[in-house]
Design a protein around this ligand. Structure first.
Ligand code: PLP
Length: 451
């Protein structure tokens, strides 16, 4: 029996297994080209004679519109990236933004969510999902997750609907598609807008259709840990011309565009932000888009190989969702049952870390446990927007709520972030080897727990 690295033995893995962006010569060349043109951003925030034409153009048309001049829709790389992304996902409009957080806020604002409105979303996601709802003064209503896919539980969504519900913000977490049939049915019955947070799920499908194209608006992230990276960045997709127009306005100082005759509905939430993407970022995005299919293939290959390899260990459970071929696994999540292993999850993870294997345990807390929600302090000291007279309810973010999500992150989740390139099956084999080693020393770890 090999001595555990935790107790001074040789680690399975000496060189670290790291997760890093896949950047090749084509990204370097793309950025260099943009720098040479000196066109770093070509957005103008001002009106022009053809502004309505620009706002209503499908992304495929906009790419060839105008020359090098400044446009309300941005520069050539931005428009090319939008056209290519739209085509890749089979939608009419793609609108780049500087992050998915901005994108989610823009999407909700474009759909008309504002003061007094509630947006139902999952309690388990990156904080940005919840914060994006607050930005335009709507109230997030968090609900628990499904045990099957760790995304919004449709039964919980149903229970959370109130007369103030305006939208559902679905998150396809870890690359797993949420139960969109049930969610869309509820949304249609109650006349709700559906925004899909696809930050972790580009090209995941649901019944053959890409997530982000099932609801009204989809939002993707290109932040550094995502399947496609540009450092920071995001994109909004939709087939709805009204939402596309409003997203374009909100992204780009829209308040300077409408004139006195603009109908009221057109002005709502057009408060003049700058959420624009630079030409440099778009150039990287174009190169990354060409790599997405291969990056996704490797993620799935690594994730499923690892899942099969770990399935044999007592107390390890592989959720069925991992094997659903429609999903592109972003973070591989498996379940750890400490009662069956006889060793705490924290001790188990520590033993693996000593072997050179990084394993996460999920988000540190669920979104509603953040002080901003627990103390209901967002804008100013007077509890806006929770205390907004247009709202008039007292939302409960109680500690007793959301048991499924709490149990997952507190007790069971083992999360593998390192399933992406450049890691390959040889790296994954080292992870399995380290599990074997820890399990063959499990008695020793149990003794520590007892002692
Ligand atoms: C599910 C989810 N939503 C939203 C975001 C926010 O994306 P961004 O960092 O591009 O704002 C992230 C990650 O960063 C995420 O994982």
């Amino acid at each position: 029996m090999e001595k555990l690295a935790l107790f001074g033995g040789t680690p399975v893995r000496k060189e670290p297994i790291e997760s890093s962006a896949v950047i090749d010569e084509d990204e370097v060349a793309a950025v260099t080209d943009v720098l040479k043109t000196r066109e770093l951003s070509r957005f103008t925030g001002s009106s022009s004679d053809d502004i309505e034409q620009q706002l209503s153009m499908e992304s495929a048309q906009a790419v060839n519109y105008g020359g090098q001049e400044f446009l309300f829709l941005g520069g050539r790389k931005v428009r090319q990236f939008e056209a290519d992304f739209a085509q890749y996902f089979g939608v009419k409009y793609a609108i780049t933004v500087n992050s998915a957080t901005s994108g989610l806020s823009v999407a909700l604002a474009a759909a008309g969510a504002g003061p007094g409105d509630e947006v139902i979303t999952t309690c388990l996601s990156f904080n940005a999902t919840g914060m994006s709802i607050l930005l335009f003064n709507s109230i997030p209503v968090f609900v628990d997750i499904s045990k099957e896919n760790f995304c919004l539980d449709p039964q919980e969504v149903k229970k959370a609907i109130s007369p103030q519900t305006k939208a559902i913000l679905v998150v396809h977490l870890m690359g797993h598609a949420a139960d969109m049939d049930a969610i869309m049915k509820i949304a249609r019955e109650h006349n709700l807008i559906v925004v899909e947070d696809c930050a972790q799920a580009p090209r995941t499908r649901y019944r053959g259709q890409y997530v982000g194209t099932l609801g009204d608006i989809g939002v993707f992230s290109f932040q550094d840990t995502k399947n496609m990276v540009t450092g920071e960045g995001g994109i909004i997709i939709t087939n709805n011309p009204k939402y596309a127009r409003r997203c374009r306005l909100i992204r780009n100082h829209g308040e300077s565009i409408p004139d006195d005759s603009t109908p009221l509905d057109d002005l709502v939430n057009i408060v003049g932000c700058n959420f624009r993407m630079t030409e440099l970022t778009a150039a990287v995005g174009l190169a990354q888009l060409r790599k997405l299919a291969e990056n996704n293939r490797v993620r799935n290959e690594n994730a499923r190989f690892l899942a099969r390899g770990l399935n044999v260990f007592k107390g390890i459970e592989i959720p069925d969702v991992v094997y659903n071929q429609d999903n592109v696994i972003h973070i591989l999540t498996i379940l750890y049952h400490a009662d069956r292993v006889g060793v705490s999850r924290e001790m188990f993870v520590k033993a693996l870390a000593a072997e050179g294997i990084p394993v996460g345990t999920g988000y540190a807390r669920i979104i509603p446990d953040n002080p901003i929600f627990q103390r209901k302090l967002a804008y100013g000291k007077d509890h806006c927007p929770f205390s907004c007279p247009y709202y008039g309810r007292d939302i409960d973010y109680g500690k007793g709520l959301y048991p499924v999500a709490r149990d997952l992150i507190k007790n069971k989740q083992l999360a593998f972030h390192i399933i992406n390139r450049p890691n390959n099956l040889n790296d994954i084999k080292d992870i399995i080897k380290a599990f074997k080693k820890v399990y063959s020393n499990i008695e020793q770890l149990r003794e520590i727990v007892k002692g």
